[in-house]
Design a protein around this ligand. Structure first.
Ligand code: SAM
Length: 266
């Protein structure tokens, strides 16, 4: 995969991309990340990237010319000739579609992704019309720039690329994960996975020591009964989802047993 980040702060990404899974993916060549300084595509003495908004009002707006010039040098196909399965251009924006794990999975199948990081009041809307396939928000709050949002999306997408995580099941049996048969299930169909997958939040995890500051791990996890462990994990995932994100239960893949368990929770 190739990732291009268009920004006025190209050094911003040095920290987030220099650790753990992401760093390893870059070092092993599973992903190539390039940052592009928008100011390098200006033509005036002050390297101006922003201007006042038409219609008046607060703040400044990122100008369209440097962004379009930058794209022309990147060799990314124009919006009309672009193959959306191979290349996509994302505008980071608080007004965008909410980012999700399902979107991360979809983006992980694309060969090249370019991100336009807004600043100030945002980006001239014609950039969105001319260049962007998607406008994405990482949550219902306003950041001061798109760089953090881009870093969040890159992290979530790159860890899904084949070969990036040591164990591919790690990205399957986790919060918001899909089960073995994919996302779509007939009503009442029993999920293939018995824990932590199928659109639920993850179950709680424990490691050694078995007793810490008076708190013991649940007995079932040390008992070696794998069916009982699976059932415990499934029920804890259901419980967490019920308490913290009940909205997810509407879309989750639930068995009759799951439904009975949920009905027992108050
Ligand atoms: N005037 C904009 C609004 O009210 O929607 C906010 C602009 S914000 C201060 C500057 C830039 O930060 C945006 O252009 C966008 O690139 C980025 N940004 C802010 N919040 C974001 C979010 N929730 N998700 C993704 N990007 C965001």
């Amino acid at each position: 995969m190739r990732i291009d980040l268009i920004t006025i702060f190209p050094n911003f990404f040095t920290g987030p991309f220099d650790h753990g899974v992401l760093r390893r993916a870059i070092q092993t060549g599973l992903v190539a990340v390039r940052t592009h300084d928008l100011r390098a595509f200006t033509h005036d003495r002050h390297r101006t990237v922003d201007d006042r908004p038409f219609g008046g009002g607060e703040g400044m707006v990122l100008k369209p010319e440097p962004i379009v010039d930058c794209f022309e040098t990147l060799g990314i196909a124009s919006k009309v000739t672009r193959d959306p399965g191979k290349e996509t251009v994302i505008l980071l924006s608080a007004q965008g579609l909410p980012f999700s794990q399902a979107m991360a999975h979809e983006l992980a199948s694309i060969e090249r992704i370019a991100f336009i990081c807004g600043r100030y009041e945002g980006v001239d809307e014609r950039v969105n019309e001319l260049l962007c396939d998607r406008e994405i928000s990482i949550g219902d709050y306003v950041l001061s720039g798109g760089e953090l949002a881009a870093a969040v999306i890159v992290d979530a997408v790159v860890r899904l690329l084949p070969g990036v995580l040591g164990n591919p099941d790690s990205s399957r049996y986790e919060s918001f994960g899909v089960d073995d048969t994919g996302d779509v299930h007939l009503p009442g169909e029993v999920p293939a996975a018995t824990h932590g997958a199928g659109g639920l939040l993850d179950y709680p995890h424990y490691t050694r020591p078995a007793e810490f500051r008076g708190l013991e791990i649940p007995d079932v996890l040390a008992g070696g009964d794998h069916a009982a462990i699976r059932q415990w994990r499934r029920q804890r995932a259901l419980e967490k989802t019920f308490r913290n994100r009940p909205d997810l239960l509407d879309r989750a893949t639930l068995s009759n047993e799951d439904r009975e368990f949920l009905a027992s929770l108050s």
